[in-house]
Design a protein. Structure first.
Length: 364
C-alpha cells in the first residue's frame, strides 16, 4: 500500500493583525504614531491604517521598521504574510462549512483504510483531506471536473451524486498511481501488436502476470493500475487518456480470472479503436456501439469464434477434461473458456467454476 503524508493545517478562530503588534512596539519604545511617521518618512495616515489593518506592511515598510523599531525586516514581513494567510484560511473555513454535507458523499472511512486519505475526526478536516485527494480547491471544482465526465461516460444524468462520488474517488486513485508509473509515449500499433504476448499471460499466477503485464503495456504508453473497488462501485475497469499515456484501471470486481482478462481485452479495444479523449467505464448493462465493439473484440481475441465452433461441433455439452484440453491447445486459461461457454449458454452457470481462478486483494 502506498504511504501518505499527514499535513495538518492550523486554522485560527481569531486573527492577530500586524497592527496590534506594531502598537505594542510603539508603547514599548515610547513612540507615538506621529513620531514613528517622522522617523520612517511614512505618513501618519499610513501608520494609522497599518494599525487598523487597513494597509499592509510592504517590504519597504518592513525595512524602515527594522531601522526604527529594532526588529529585523523579515519579522514584520512574516507578521504580514502570516496575517494574510490566516485571514484567507479563516475565510476559506467559513466558506467550506457551507459544504460540510459534501464530504458525506464519499466512503471516507474506506478510503482512509486503504491509505488514500488521512483519517480525520472533524468533518471540516475530512472535507479538506478529500479536496487535497482530488487536487481541487472546492466541491464546485470537483463537480465541474468529475460529474460532467462521468455523465458523459454513462451517457446519462440519472446516476446519483453518491454514485459519482464513489466512482470519481476510485478513478482519482488510479490517476495518482498511474502518474507515478514510467511509461513510453503512446504507441497504439505497438500496443495492438503486444496483445498476443499479453494473452499468453492468462495461464500465469498474479505474481507473474502482473509485473509482466505492466511492463509490456508501459512500453506502449499504457499504465496498468489495479485499484481496489470501493463499496458499491460496480465497475470492472476504466480507460482514459491522461496527458501522454493511457490509463487502464482494473478493480477485480467479480474476482474471477475470466472476468479480469475479459475486462483487460475489452479496455484494450477502447485504447486501440476509440477516441482517447473519452472516459470508458465498464459495468454490467452498458449498451452502446463502442461497448458492444469492445465486447466482441475481447471475446474473439481471447477465444477466436472459429476455433470455438470447431471445438464444440462434436459435443452436445463438453466435459471439463475436454474444456481443459481445448484451453491448452489454444494457449489460454481453462477458466476463461468456462466463462465463455457459460455466457454463450453452452454449459450451465454451475458447471466448470472449479476451473476458474479467483483473486483477492492482499494488503502490502
Amino acid at each position: 500500500m502506498n504511504s501518505i503524508q499527514t499535513t495538518n493545517q492550523y486554522v485560527p478562530d481569531y486573527l492577530v493583525t500586524p497592527g496590534e503588534v506594531l502598537e505594542e512596539y510603539l508603547e514599548y519604545s515610547g513612540f507615538t504614531q506621529v513620531s514613528l511617521a517622522n522617523r520612517t518618512g511614512l505618513s501618519t495616515k499610513t501608520i494609522n491604517e497599518i494599525i487598523k489593518a487597513k494597509c499592509a506592511i510592504t517590504a519597504e515598510t518592513a525595512l524602515k521598521f527594522e531601522r526604527t523599531l529594532g526588529r529585523p525586516a523579515h519579522f514584520w514581513s512574516n507578521l504580514e504574510r502570516q496575517y494574510q494567510e490566516d485571514k484567507t484560511r479563516l475565510a476559506d473555513k467559513i466558506l467550506l462549512e457551507e459544504y460540510l454535507h459534501w464530504h458525506a458523499l464519499f466512503p471516507a472511512n474506506e478510503m482512509a483504510k486503504l491509505g488514500w486519505i488521512e483519517k480525520c475526526t472533524e468533518k471540516i478536516h475530512q472535507l479538506d483531506a478529500l479536496l487535497r485527494f482530488f487536487a481541487v480547491a472546492s466541491p464546485k471544482q470537483w463537480e465541474a471536473i468529475w460529474v460532467h465526465d462521468l455523465q458523459t461516460a454513462f451517457r446519462t444524468t440519472e446516476r446519483s451524486q453518491k454514485d459519482s462520488a464513489n466512482i470519481s474517488a476510485w478513478l482519482r486513485r488510479g490517476e495518482i498511481e498511474a502518474q507515478q508509473l514510467p511509461c513510453s509515449q503512446i504507441d497504439k500499433k505497438k500496443f495492438k501488436n503486444s496483445l498476443d504476448e499479453i494473452r499468453k499471460l492468462t495461464v500465469e499466477e498474479p505474481k507473474v502476470f502482473i509485473p509482466k503485464l505492466k511492463s509490456i503495456c508501459a512500453a506502449a504508453g499504457v499504465a496498468i493500475v489495479f485499484i481496489p473497488a470501493l463499496p458499491r462501485l460496480g465497475i470492472y475497469g476504466a480507460t482514459r487518456q491522461l496527458n501522454d499515456k493511457y490509463i487502464m484501471q482494473l478493480s477485480l470486481y467479480g474476482k474471477s480470472n475470466d472476468q479480469l482478462w475479459f475486462t483487460i481485452f475489452h479496455e484494450a479495444c477502447h485504447i486501440i479503436k476509440h477516441p482517447g479523449r473519452d472516459l470508458y467505464l465498464e459495468e454490467n448493462g452498458l449498451d452502446n456501439e463502442n461497448e458492444n465493439e469492445a465486447n466482441i473484440f475481447a471475446r474473439d481475441t481471447l477465444i477466436p469464434s472459429a476455433q470455438l465452433n470447431n471445438f464444440l461441433a462434436p459435443y452436445f455439452r463438453p466435459t471439463l477434461d475436454q474444456i481443459k484440453k481445448f484451453a491448452a491447445d489454444i494457449g489460454i486459461a481453462p477458466g476463461i473458456v468456462v466463462g465463455r461457454l457459460q455466457h454463450d449458454k453452452k454449459i450451465p452457470r454451475s458447471q466448470g467454476n472449479d476451473l476458474k481462478v479467483w483473486y483477492e486483494w492482499v494488503r502490502e
